[in-house]
Design a protein around this ligand. Structure first.
Ligand SMILES: Nc1ncnc2c1ncn2[C@@H]1O[C@H](COP(=O)(O)OP(=O)(O)OP(=O)(O)O)[C@@H](O)[C@H]1O
Length: 433
Protein backbone atom coordinates (compact mmCIF):
# COMPACT_ATOMS: atom_id res chain seq x y z
CA UNK A 1 0.00 0.00 0.00
CA UNK A 2 1.32 3.46 -0.83
CA UNK A 3 1.72 6.50 1.37
CA UNK A 4 0.17 9.95 1.65
CA UNK A 5 2.66 12.69 0.73
CA UNK A 6 1.82 15.81 2.75
CA UNK A 7 3.29 19.03 1.34
CA UNK A 8 3.14 22.29 3.30
CA UNK A 9 5.80 24.93 3.97
CA UNK A 10 4.25 25.55 7.38
CA UNK A 11 6.22 22.92 9.28
CA UNK A 12 3.88 22.85 12.28
CA UNK A 13 0.80 22.41 10.11
CA UNK A 14 2.49 19.80 7.92
CA UNK A 15 3.43 17.81 11.03
CA UNK A 16 -0.08 18.17 12.40
CA UNK A 17 -1.66 16.76 9.21
CA UNK A 18 0.97 14.03 9.03
CA UNK A 19 0.30 12.97 12.60
CA UNK A 20 -3.43 12.96 12.03
CA UNK A 21 -2.98 10.41 9.24
CA UNK A 22 -0.23 8.45 10.98
CA UNK A 23 -2.50 7.89 14.00
CA UNK A 24 -4.85 6.06 11.62
CA UNK A 25 -2.03 3.72 10.65
CA UNK A 26 -1.58 5.45 7.27
CA UNK A 27 2.00 5.66 5.94
CA UNK A 28 3.06 9.29 5.33
CA UNK A 29 5.89 11.39 3.95
CA UNK A 30 6.14 15.05 4.95
CA UNK A 31 7.64 17.64 2.61
CA UNK A 32 8.22 21.18 3.82
CA UNK A 33 9.03 23.17 0.66
CA UNK A 34 7.91 23.66 -2.92
CA UNK A 35 11.38 22.84 -4.23
CA UNK A 36 11.62 19.58 -2.32
CA UNK A 37 8.10 18.70 -3.46
CA UNK A 38 8.99 19.20 -7.14
CA UNK A 39 11.87 16.78 -6.75
CA UNK A 40 9.93 14.21 -4.76
CA UNK A 41 6.91 14.20 -7.06
CA UNK A 42 9.05 13.31 -10.06
CA UNK A 43 9.68 9.96 -8.35
CA UNK A 44 6.20 9.41 -6.94
CA UNK A 45 5.02 5.78 -6.68
CA UNK A 46 1.83 4.83 -8.48
CA UNK A 47 0.02 3.98 -5.23
CA UNK A 48 0.89 7.25 -3.42
CA UNK A 49 -1.67 9.96 -2.65
CA UNK A 50 -0.66 13.65 -2.68
CA UNK A 51 -2.04 16.24 -0.28
CA UNK A 52 -0.63 19.68 -1.01
CA UNK A 53 -0.99 23.19 0.32
CA UNK A 54 -2.16 25.71 -2.31
CA UNK A 55 0.31 28.56 -1.77
CA UNK A 56 4.09 28.46 -1.32
CA UNK A 57 6.47 31.44 -1.36
CA UNK A 58 8.01 30.18 -4.62
CA UNK A 59 5.12 28.44 -6.40
CA UNK A 60 1.71 26.88 -5.90
CA UNK A 61 -0.01 23.54 -5.53
CA UNK A 62 -1.54 23.76 -9.00
CA UNK A 63 1.97 23.88 -10.47
CA UNK A 64 2.85 20.73 -8.52
CA UNK A 65 -0.29 19.12 -9.87
CA UNK A 66 0.72 20.02 -13.43
CA UNK A 67 4.20 18.59 -12.90
CA UNK A 68 2.83 15.31 -11.65
CA UNK A 69 0.30 15.03 -14.48
CA UNK A 70 2.88 16.15 -17.05
CA UNK A 71 5.16 13.30 -16.01
CA UNK A 72 2.30 10.87 -16.67
CA UNK A 73 1.32 10.13 -13.05
CA UNK A 74 -2.38 9.80 -12.25
CA UNK A 75 -2.03 9.75 -8.48
CA UNK A 76 -4.93 11.14 -6.46
CA UNK A 77 -4.10 14.78 -5.72
CA UNK A 78 -5.82 16.89 -3.07
CA UNK A 79 -5.37 20.59 -2.41
CA UNK A 80 -5.61 22.00 1.12
CA UNK A 81 -7.05 25.50 1.15
CA UNK A 82 -7.79 28.41 3.42
CA UNK A 83 -11.33 29.76 3.34
CA UNK A 84 -10.60 32.70 0.99
CA UNK A 85 -8.84 30.49 -1.56
CA UNK A 86 -11.86 28.51 -2.69
CA UNK A 87 -12.09 30.04 -6.21
CA UNK A 88 -8.45 29.11 -6.86
CA UNK A 89 -9.08 25.70 -5.42
CA UNK A 90 -11.95 25.23 -7.84
CA UNK A 91 -9.51 26.15 -10.60
CA UNK A 92 -7.20 23.44 -9.28
CA UNK A 93 -9.94 20.88 -9.80
CA UNK A 94 -10.30 21.98 -13.40
CA UNK A 95 -6.56 21.31 -13.70
CA UNK A 96 -7.19 17.75 -12.55
CA UNK A 97 -7.07 17.82 -8.75
CA UNK A 98 -9.38 15.22 -7.23
CA UNK A 99 -10.78 17.56 -4.62
CA UNK A 100 -9.95 20.44 -2.34
CA UNK A 101 -10.19 20.27 1.40
CA UNK A 102 -10.73 23.30 3.59
CA UNK A 103 -8.03 23.59 6.25
CA UNK A 104 -10.65 24.67 8.75
CA UNK A 105 -12.58 21.46 8.34
CA UNK A 106 -9.55 19.32 7.72
CA UNK A 107 -9.98 17.09 10.74
CA UNK A 108 -13.56 16.22 9.75
CA UNK A 109 -13.08 16.05 6.01
CA UNK A 110 -9.63 14.64 5.39
CA UNK A 111 -9.80 11.30 7.15
CA UNK A 112 -13.04 10.08 5.53
CA UNK A 113 -11.77 11.08 2.08
CA UNK A 114 -8.40 9.36 2.51
CA UNK A 115 -9.93 6.30 4.16
CA UNK A 116 -12.38 5.93 1.31
CA UNK A 117 -9.64 6.28 -1.26
CA UNK A 118 -7.42 3.72 0.44
CA UNK A 119 -10.37 1.38 0.61
CA UNK A 120 -11.01 1.80 -3.10
CA UNK A 121 -7.37 1.21 -3.89
CA UNK A 122 -7.29 -1.84 -1.69
CA UNK A 123 -10.37 -3.14 -3.42
CA UNK A 124 -8.79 -2.62 -6.83
CA UNK A 125 -5.55 -4.27 -5.67
CA UNK A 126 -6.89 -7.26 -3.84
CA UNK A 127 -9.81 -8.24 -6.03
CA UNK A 128 -10.88 -10.52 -3.25
CA UNK A 129 -7.69 -12.57 -3.37
CA UNK A 130 -6.17 -11.42 -0.06
CA UNK A 131 -8.99 -12.72 2.04
CA UNK A 132 -8.37 -15.31 4.66
CA UNK A 133 -11.13 -17.89 5.02
CA UNK A 134 -11.92 -17.75 8.74
CA UNK A 135 -12.72 -21.10 10.30
CA UNK A 136 -14.29 -20.13 13.63
CA UNK A 137 -17.78 -21.45 14.23
CA UNK A 138 -19.22 -17.95 13.97
CA UNK A 139 -17.66 -17.40 10.55
CA UNK A 140 -18.66 -20.83 9.26
CA UNK A 141 -22.22 -19.88 10.13
CA UNK A 142 -21.81 -16.51 8.43
CA UNK A 143 -20.40 -18.25 5.37
CA UNK A 144 -23.47 -20.46 5.12
CA UNK A 145 -25.68 -17.37 5.30
CA UNK A 146 -23.65 -15.63 2.61
CA UNK A 147 -24.03 -18.60 0.28
CA UNK A 148 -27.77 -18.69 0.93
CA UNK A 149 -28.41 -15.08 0.10
CA UNK A 150 -25.76 -14.37 -2.56
CA UNK A 151 -27.70 -15.62 -5.57
CA UNK A 152 -30.88 -13.72 -4.67
CA UNK A 153 -31.66 -10.03 -5.14
CA UNK A 154 -32.47 -9.58 -1.46
CA UNK A 155 -30.99 -6.48 0.18
CA UNK A 156 -28.39 -7.34 2.82
CA UNK A 157 -27.45 -5.33 5.87
CA UNK A 158 -24.02 -6.16 7.35
CA UNK A 159 -23.57 -5.17 10.98
CA UNK A 160 -20.34 -5.09 12.95
CA UNK A 161 -17.83 -2.94 14.77
CA UNK A 162 -15.19 -1.05 12.79
CA UNK A 163 -12.59 -3.31 11.23
CA UNK A 164 -14.52 -6.58 11.55
CA UNK A 165 -14.44 -7.15 7.79
CA UNK A 166 -17.86 -5.87 6.66
CA UNK A 167 -16.57 -4.73 3.32
CA UNK A 168 -15.00 -8.11 2.62
CA UNK A 169 -18.31 -9.77 3.28
CA UNK A 170 -20.02 -7.41 0.83
CA UNK A 171 -17.38 -8.29 -1.78
CA UNK A 172 -17.92 -11.98 -1.17
CA UNK A 173 -21.69 -11.73 -1.59
CA UNK A 174 -21.16 -9.87 -4.86
CA UNK A 175 -18.56 -12.36 -6.07
CA UNK A 176 -20.85 -15.31 -5.40
CA UNK A 177 -23.88 -13.67 -7.00
CA UNK A 178 -25.08 -13.77 -10.61
CA UNK A 179 -24.01 -10.13 -10.77
CA UNK A 180 -20.33 -10.97 -10.33
CA UNK A 181 -19.43 -10.02 -13.89
CA UNK A 182 -20.86 -6.53 -13.32
CA UNK A 183 -19.49 -3.91 -10.95
CA UNK A 184 -19.60 -3.65 -7.19
CA UNK A 185 -19.75 0.11 -6.59
CA UNK A 186 -18.94 1.22 -3.04
CA UNK A 187 -20.24 4.49 -1.64
CA UNK A 188 -19.06 5.93 1.66
CA UNK A 189 -22.38 7.38 2.79
CA UNK A 190 -20.75 9.77 5.25
CA UNK A 191 -19.18 11.57 2.31
CA UNK A 192 -22.46 12.20 0.49
CA UNK A 193 -23.33 15.81 1.25
CA UNK A 194 -26.97 16.73 0.77
CA UNK A 195 -26.10 19.24 -1.97
CA UNK A 196 -24.06 16.83 -4.09
CA UNK A 197 -25.86 13.60 -3.27
CA UNK A 198 -28.38 13.60 -6.12
CA UNK A 199 -25.71 14.15 -8.74
CA UNK A 200 -23.31 11.67 -7.12
CA UNK A 201 -25.91 8.92 -6.86
CA UNK A 202 -27.94 9.52 -10.00
CA UNK A 203 -25.63 11.56 -12.25
CA UNK A 204 -26.39 14.81 -14.06
CA UNK A 205 -26.91 16.15 -17.55
CA UNK A 206 -24.62 18.73 -19.11
CA UNK A 207 -25.74 22.24 -18.11
CA UNK A 208 -28.00 21.02 -15.26
CA UNK A 209 -26.25 23.43 -12.88
CA UNK A 210 -23.27 25.78 -12.88
CA UNK A 211 -20.17 23.66 -13.23
CA UNK A 212 -21.97 20.72 -14.88
CA UNK A 213 -19.84 20.97 -18.00
CA UNK A 214 -20.43 17.36 -19.09
CA UNK A 215 -22.92 14.56 -18.64
CA UNK A 216 -21.97 12.48 -15.64
CA UNK A 217 -23.08 8.98 -14.73
CA UNK A 218 -23.89 8.50 -11.05
CA UNK A 219 -23.30 5.49 -8.82
CA UNK A 220 -26.65 3.90 -9.76
CA UNK A 221 -25.72 3.83 -13.40
CA UNK A 222 -22.21 2.54 -12.65
CA UNK A 223 -23.70 -0.27 -10.58
CA UNK A 224 -26.37 -1.16 -13.16
CA UNK A 225 -26.69 -4.94 -13.29
CA UNK A 226 -24.31 -5.17 -10.32
CA UNK A 227 -24.24 -4.24 -6.65
CA UNK A 228 -24.26 -0.92 -4.82
CA UNK A 229 -22.47 -1.13 -1.48
CA UNK A 230 -23.63 1.57 0.93
CA UNK A 231 -20.86 1.70 3.50
CA UNK A 232 -21.52 3.46 6.84
CA UNK A 233 -25.18 3.75 5.83
CA UNK A 234 -26.02 5.21 9.26
CA UNK A 235 -24.20 8.42 8.22
CA UNK A 236 -26.51 9.10 5.30
CA UNK A 237 -27.96 12.64 5.52
CA UNK A 238 -31.76 12.65 5.91
CA UNK A 239 -32.43 14.28 2.51
CA UNK A 240 -30.33 11.64 0.82
CA UNK A 241 -32.15 8.84 2.66
CA UNK A 242 -35.37 9.94 1.01
CA UNK A 243 -33.86 10.03 -2.48
CA UNK A 244 -32.34 6.63 -2.00
CA UNK A 245 -35.53 5.09 -0.72
CA UNK A 246 -37.42 6.35 -3.73
CA UNK A 247 -34.85 4.86 -6.12
CA UNK A 248 -34.81 1.52 -4.31
CA UNK A 249 -38.59 1.27 -4.10
CA UNK A 250 -39.46 2.33 -7.63
CA UNK A 251 -36.33 0.72 -9.14
CA UNK A 252 -36.04 3.83 -11.28
CA UNK A 253 -34.18 7.10 -10.94
CA UNK A 254 -33.75 10.33 -12.80
CA UNK A 255 -30.44 12.14 -13.25
CA UNK A 256 -30.23 15.81 -12.26
CA UNK A 257 -31.49 17.84 -15.21
CA UNK A 258 -32.69 14.67 -16.97
CA UNK A 259 -36.18 14.36 -18.44
CA UNK A 260 -36.66 10.60 -18.36
CA UNK A 261 -36.62 7.95 -15.68
CA UNK A 262 -33.97 5.26 -15.98
CA UNK A 263 -34.26 1.70 -14.73
CA UNK A 264 -32.04 0.81 -11.79
CA UNK A 265 -31.22 -2.90 -11.76
CA UNK A 266 -29.11 -2.59 -8.66
CA UNK A 267 -28.69 -4.93 -5.70
CA UNK A 268 -28.23 -3.09 -2.42
CA UNK A 269 -25.81 -4.20 0.28
CA UNK A 270 -25.42 -1.82 3.22
CA UNK A 271 -23.07 -1.86 6.20
CA UNK A 272 -22.95 -0.03 9.47
CA UNK A 273 -21.34 -0.10 12.88
CA UNK A 274 -24.23 1.90 14.29
CA UNK A 275 -27.30 0.68 16.09
CA UNK A 276 -29.75 1.58 13.31
CA UNK A 277 -32.81 0.77 15.43
CA UNK A 278 -31.66 3.40 17.88
CA UNK A 279 -31.02 5.81 15.00
CA UNK A 280 -34.61 5.18 13.86
CA UNK A 281 -35.93 5.85 17.37
CA UNK A 282 -33.90 9.05 17.52
CA UNK A 283 -35.30 10.03 14.11
CA UNK A 284 -31.83 10.17 12.52
CA UNK A 285 -32.65 7.29 10.18
CA UNK A 286 -35.86 6.75 8.23
CA UNK A 287 -37.79 3.73 9.39
CA UNK A 288 -39.01 2.87 5.88
CA UNK A 289 -35.45 2.88 4.54
CA UNK A 290 -34.30 0.79 7.49
CA UNK A 291 -36.85 -1.94 6.72
CA UNK A 292 -35.97 -1.77 3.05
CA UNK A 293 -32.25 -2.37 3.50
CA UNK A 294 -32.41 -4.93 6.29
CA UNK A 295 -34.25 -7.71 4.46
CA UNK A 296 -31.41 -10.05 5.42
CA UNK A 297 -28.98 -9.26 8.22
CA UNK A 298 -25.44 -10.56 8.64
CA UNK A 299 -24.00 -9.74 12.05
CA UNK A 300 -20.20 -9.90 12.27
CA UNK A 301 -18.85 -10.57 15.75
CA UNK A 302 -15.88 -8.58 17.05
CA UNK A 303 -12.54 -10.38 16.88
CA UNK A 304 -12.43 -10.80 20.70
CA UNK A 305 -15.50 -13.04 20.38
CA UNK A 306 -13.76 -15.27 17.82
CA UNK A 307 -10.41 -15.76 19.50
CA UNK A 308 -9.73 -18.98 17.58
CA UNK A 309 -9.35 -16.84 14.43
CA UNK A 310 -6.61 -14.62 15.90
CA UNK A 311 -3.55 -16.82 15.33
CA UNK A 312 -4.51 -18.12 11.88
CA UNK A 313 -5.22 -14.52 10.78
CA UNK A 314 -1.92 -13.34 12.28
CA UNK A 315 -0.03 -16.03 10.34
CA UNK A 316 -1.87 -15.09 7.16
CA UNK A 317 -0.89 -11.42 7.66
CA UNK A 318 2.76 -12.38 8.33
CA UNK A 319 2.90 -14.09 4.91
CA UNK A 320 1.15 -11.15 3.27
CA UNK A 321 3.49 -8.60 4.87
CA UNK A 322 6.62 -10.65 4.15
CA UNK A 323 5.73 -10.43 0.46
CA UNK A 324 4.62 -6.81 0.55
CA UNK A 325 7.57 -5.53 2.57
CA UNK A 326 10.16 -7.98 1.23
CA UNK A 327 10.91 -9.44 4.69
CA UNK A 328 11.40 -13.00 5.94
CA UNK A 329 9.68 -13.21 9.30
CA UNK A 330 9.22 -16.87 10.27
CA UNK A 331 6.54 -16.68 12.99
CA UNK A 332 5.56 -15.64 16.51
CA UNK A 333 7.42 -16.55 19.68
CA UNK A 334 5.51 -18.06 22.62
CA UNK A 335 4.99 -14.81 24.48
CA UNK A 336 3.70 -13.04 21.39
CA UNK A 337 1.38 -15.95 20.66
CA UNK A 338 -0.05 -15.58 24.14
CA UNK A 339 -0.37 -11.79 23.99
CA UNK A 340 -2.13 -11.80 20.65
CA UNK A 341 -4.71 -14.24 21.99
CA UNK A 342 -5.26 -12.33 25.20
CA UNK A 343 -5.55 -8.83 23.82
CA UNK A 344 -9.06 -7.48 23.31
CA UNK A 345 -8.59 -5.99 19.79
CA UNK A 346 -10.90 -2.97 19.95
CA UNK A 347 -9.96 -2.19 16.31
CA UNK A 348 -10.68 -5.82 15.31
CA UNK A 349 -9.06 -7.40 12.23
CA UNK A 350 -7.83 -4.02 10.98
CA UNK A 351 -5.90 -3.50 14.20
CA UNK A 352 -4.48 -7.03 14.05
CA UNK A 353 -3.36 -6.49 10.48
CA UNK A 354 -1.70 -3.18 11.33
CA UNK A 355 -0.02 -4.67 14.41
CA UNK A 356 1.45 -7.48 12.32
CA UNK A 357 2.46 -5.07 9.57
CA UNK A 358 4.49 -2.98 12.04
CA UNK A 359 5.88 -6.07 13.75
CA UNK A 360 7.04 -7.59 10.43
CA UNK A 361 8.67 -4.29 9.52
CA UNK A 362 10.43 -4.04 12.89
CA UNK A 363 11.45 -7.72 12.99
CA UNK A 364 12.81 -8.12 9.47
CA UNK A 365 13.68 -11.81 9.82
CA UNK A 366 13.23 -14.56 12.42
CA UNK A 367 10.50 -14.64 15.06
CA UNK A 368 8.34 -11.71 16.15
CA UNK A 369 9.12 -11.06 19.82
CA UNK A 370 7.35 -9.03 22.50
CA UNK A 371 9.75 -6.12 21.85
CA UNK A 372 8.92 -5.88 18.15
CA UNK A 373 5.21 -6.59 18.61
CA UNK A 374 4.34 -3.22 20.08
CA UNK A 375 1.21 -4.31 21.98
CA UNK A 376 0.75 -3.01 25.53
CA UNK A 377 2.02 -5.44 28.17
CA UNK A 378 -1.11 -4.96 30.23
CA UNK A 379 -3.56 -6.91 28.13
CA UNK A 380 -7.25 -6.45 28.75
CA UNK A 381 -9.15 -9.53 29.84
CA UNK A 382 -12.43 -7.78 30.51
CA UNK A 383 -15.32 -8.85 28.30
CA UNK A 384 -13.38 -11.93 27.39
CA UNK A 385 -15.38 -14.41 25.42
CA UNK A 386 -14.06 -17.02 27.79
CA UNK A 387 -15.44 -15.67 31.06
CA UNK A 388 -17.38 -18.28 33.00
CA UNK A 389 -20.88 -16.90 33.03
CA UNK A 390 -23.13 -19.87 32.78
CA UNK A 391 -22.72 -23.23 34.50
CA UNK A 392 -23.90 -25.23 31.50
CA UNK A 393 -21.29 -23.90 29.15
CA UNK A 394 -18.41 -23.83 31.61
CA UNK A 395 -17.09 -27.22 30.67
CA UNK A 396 -17.27 -26.54 26.97
CA UNK A 397 -15.44 -23.23 27.39
CA UNK A 398 -12.71 -24.75 29.51
CA UNK A 399 -12.09 -27.39 26.86
CA UNK A 400 -12.07 -24.73 24.15
CA UNK A 401 -9.60 -22.58 26.08
CA UNK A 402 -7.34 -25.58 26.78
CA UNK A 403 -7.34 -26.49 23.11
CA UNK A 404 -6.51 -22.96 22.13
CA UNK A 405 -3.70 -22.82 24.69
CA UNK A 406 -2.31 -26.12 23.39
CA UNK A 407 -2.95 -27.75 26.75
CA UNK A 408 -1.07 -25.04 28.69
CA UNK A 409 -3.20 -24.66 31.83
CA UNK A 410 -1.69 -21.37 32.96
CA UNK A 411 -2.49 -19.80 29.62
CA UNK A 412 -5.95 -21.39 29.51
CA UNK A 413 -6.68 -19.89 32.94
CA UNK A 414 -5.71 -16.46 31.67
CA UNK A 415 -7.92 -16.92 28.60
CA UNK A 416 -10.78 -17.80 30.91
CA UNK A 417 -10.04 -14.85 33.17
CA UNK A 418 -9.66 -17.09 36.24
CA UNK A 419 -6.71 -18.02 38.44
CA UNK A 420 -4.82 -21.30 37.80
CA UNK A 421 -5.98 -22.83 41.16
CA UNK A 422 -9.60 -22.11 40.18
CA UNK A 423 -9.01 -23.80 36.84
CA UNK A 424 -7.49 -26.88 38.55
CA UNK A 425 -10.60 -27.14 40.75
CA UNK A 426 -12.86 -26.90 37.72
CA UNK A 427 -10.84 -29.54 35.85
CA UNK A 428 -11.36 -31.90 38.74
CA UNK A 429 -15.02 -30.98 39.06
CA UNK A 430 -15.71 -31.70 35.37
CA UNK A 431 -13.27 -34.62 35.10
CA UNK A 432 -11.35 -32.94 32.33
CA UNK A 433 -7.95 -34.53 31.65
N1 LIG B 1 -10.89 -12.43 6.43
C1 LIG B 1 -9.98 -11.48 6.25
N2 LIG B 1 -8.84 -11.75 5.60
C2 LIG B 1 -7.90 -10.80 5.40
N3 LIG B 1 -8.01 -9.53 5.81
C3 LIG B 1 -9.14 -9.19 6.47
C4 LIG B 1 -10.19 -10.13 6.71
N4 LIG B 1 -11.19 -9.50 7.38
C5 LIG B 1 -10.80 -8.21 7.53
N5 LIG B 1 -9.56 -8.02 6.98
C6 LIG B 1 -8.76 -6.78 6.97
O1 LIG B 1 -9.21 -5.96 8.05
C7 LIG B 1 -9.34 -4.61 7.65
C8 LIG B 1 -10.77 -4.15 7.87
O2 LIG B 1 -11.65 -4.80 6.96
P1 LIG B 1 -12.94 -4.08 6.33
O3 LIG B 1 -12.56 -2.76 5.75
O4 LIG B 1 -13.64 -5.06 5.46
O5 LIG B 1 -13.74 -3.85 7.69
P2 LIG B 1 -15.03 -2.98 7.93
O6 LIG B 1 -15.80 -3.70 8.96
O7 LIG B 1 -15.69 -2.67 6.62
O8 LIG B 1 -14.37 -1.66 8.56
P3 LIG B 1 -15.04 -0.19 8.70
O9 LIG B 1 -16.30 -0.36 9.49
O10 LIG B 1 -13.99 0.57 9.49
O11 LIG B 1 -15.23 0.32 7.32
C9 LIG B 1 -8.90 -4.54 6.22
O12 LIG B 1 -7.54 -4.15 6.19
C10 LIG B 1 -9.03 -5.95 5.72
O13 LIG B 1 -8.07 -6.20 4.75
Amino acid sequence: MGKVIVIDDNVVYCDYVGNLLAKEGIAIEKIYSFRAAKKALAAVRSDDIVLSDLRFPDGDGIELLRIIRYTGHNNPFFIMTDYDEVPTAVRSMKSGADDYISKRKLEDELLPVIRNLLKRKRRANTNGENIFQRESEAFQFIDRRIRLVASTNISVLILGENGTGKEHIAEKIHRLSDRANKRLVAVDCGLLSASLAASTLFGHEKGAFTGATDNKAGYFREADGGTLFLDEVGNLPMEVQQMLLRAIQSKTYRSVGGSQDKVADVRIIAATNEDLKKAVEEKRFRQDLYYRIQEFVIDLPPLRKCREDILPLAKFFIDEMNTELNKSVSGLDTEVTERLQLYNWPGNVRELRQTIQTAVLMTGSGMITAETLGLPEEVVYANSDFSLIDDEIQKERIIKALKQADGNKRQAARLLGISPPTLYKKLEQYHIQ
